[in-house]
Design a protein around this ligand. Structure first.
Ligand SMILES: [Zn+2]
Length: 425
């Protein structure tokens, strides 16, 4: 039975390529959330033809939702012949802006040398397509299975997932008894199982000063100098301390196997859009956006205290140091047990299909698994997909077609294992 299933997936190679191309040609750029409805409906119509029942859920009143940019999600479900567990594949429909440096059209889906090029091929329309082809192959083989298969296409993963997986999780779409096992085909490489991700805390620090004529700065108080004093403390104290924090999480790449901090943006004084001749002014405000990534061994309160303690230290020691700190968002680290059913099923299938031992990894950045764990309370969840991690968000992003075919086989074989269907080879 498994040979016949794998042969069917091989025979669907062209279909897999063209479906990926069609998804890539819908430029679901986020922000602002372009063409979400068209993409969700395209996926929904395809799966309806294959016999799935389709639900659309618009996430009204979530960030960015409007009639111009509706946050439209699709959930497709196929019921087996009798009751049993449910295996769910979740892919995000949104892509990041193409940016500069492309040598091909980012929304054409060009095929060359066994690869499909385009924004979102790797992250993650190629992975989503592989899951669709895998599930359709199971249905076409007429395999009798218990339980249910679900595929969802969700929005806004790149901007926090509030209108996508978080919204659906609040409504029970990612909880038992509806769903038991979740696979997210994010690009973590075809032979790896991603158990989870590090935590993230985003915050904005603002320092305050007093405006004055720039020729007499001593009559004012520079918010930028106050910010630079804070930046100096980060360099002296926080960055070296973070470098020391190693984790037992198997994060890839290895450089991310510790705590990190990115200073994402600094704005102060003259407005960002300023052009022309400056007028002489002492800046009265300076804002810093911080992106702190933390480990399963760290506590979010301690992570925040490391920063607020330094600010308090400056407020004590530096004359007129006034500041404000604002939380932007926070996500806790998550790590599925290496012996969880979905990890065992996908690892065994990787061995069957690729003949190698699956590497268990952790993603340096977060993805929608955080919402499934925290809101859905579902912990049998991983990321597994054919894309190459390093290509995500890059110019000339591509996906290797052979990897997509192999991943589709792994997904199909894993699904049968999780549904309890005996697969003999
Ligand atoms: Zn992604």
């Amino acid at each position: 039975m498994i040979e016949s299933l794998f042969a069917r997936i091989d025979s669907k190679r062209e279909e897999l390529v063209s479906f990926t191309q069609e998804l890539v040609r819908i430029p679901t750029i986020n922000p602002p959330g372009e063409d979400y409805a068209r993409c969700a409906e395209f996926l929904g119509q395809r799966l309806a033809k294959s016999g799935f029942s389709i639900l659309y859920e618009r996430a009204r009143d979530t960030p960015g939702d409007s009639d111009r940019y509706p946050r439209k999600n699709v959930i497709a479900r196929f019921e087996g012949k009798h009751s049993g567990p449910c295996v769910h594949f979740n892919g995000h429909l949104d892509v990041v802006v193409p940016g500069k440096g492309w040598t091909v059209d980012p929304f054409e889906g060009l095929v060359r040398d066994g690869k499909i090029y385009g924004r979102g091929t790797c992250d993650m329309k190629g992975g989503l397509s592989a899951s669709v082809i895998a599930m359709e192959a199971i249905l076409e083989e007429d395999i009798n299975f218990p339980g249910a298969i679900e595929i969802s296409g969700t929005v806004d993963e790149e901007t926090g997932g509030y209108g996508g997986v978080a919204f659906l999780a609040e409504k029970g779409f990612f909880s038992k008894p509806r769903v038991d096992h979740v696979i997210i085909p994010e690009p973590l490489n075809v032979d790896r199982v991603c158990l989870g991700h590090r935590g993230a805390w985003w915050a904005e620090v603002e320092t305050f000063g007093r405006i004055a004529h720039g020729s007499m700065p001593f009559l004012g108080d520079s918010a930028i100098r106050h910010m630079s004093a804070f930046l100096e403390l980060l360099e002296q104290k926080l960055f070296p301390a973070l470098d020391q924090k190693q984790t037992r999480m198997p994060v890839v790449p290895e450089g991310a196997r510790r705590s990190t901090l990115n200073l994402q943006a600094v704005h102060g004084g003259e407005d960002e859009s300023f052009s022309g001749m400056p007028s002489p002014l002492v800046p009265d405000s300076c804002r810093l956006i911080m992106d702190r990534r933390f480990l399963i061994e760290e506590d979010i309160m301690e992570v925040k205290a490391e920063v607020t303690d330094l600010l308090a230290e400056l407020a004590d020691s530096r004359p007129n140091f006034r500041y404000q700190i604002r939380d932007i968002m926070e996500f806790l680290p998550t790590m599925t047990d290496a012996n969880a059913p979905v990890v065992l099923a996908v690892s065994a299938s990787i061995r069957e299909v690729l003949g190698k031992t699956a590497e268990h990894v952790i993603s340096p950045g977060t993805y929608d698994q955080k919402h499934i764990a925290r809101i859905g309370h579902l912990h049998d969840c991983i990321a597994y997909g054919p894309g190459i991690l390093d290509l995500a968000h890059q110019p000339d992003e591509y996906i290797v077609i052979d990897d997509m075919v192999a991943a589709a086989k792994v997904m199909a074989a894993s699904t049968l294992k999780l549904l309890g269907v005996t697969v003999e080879s």
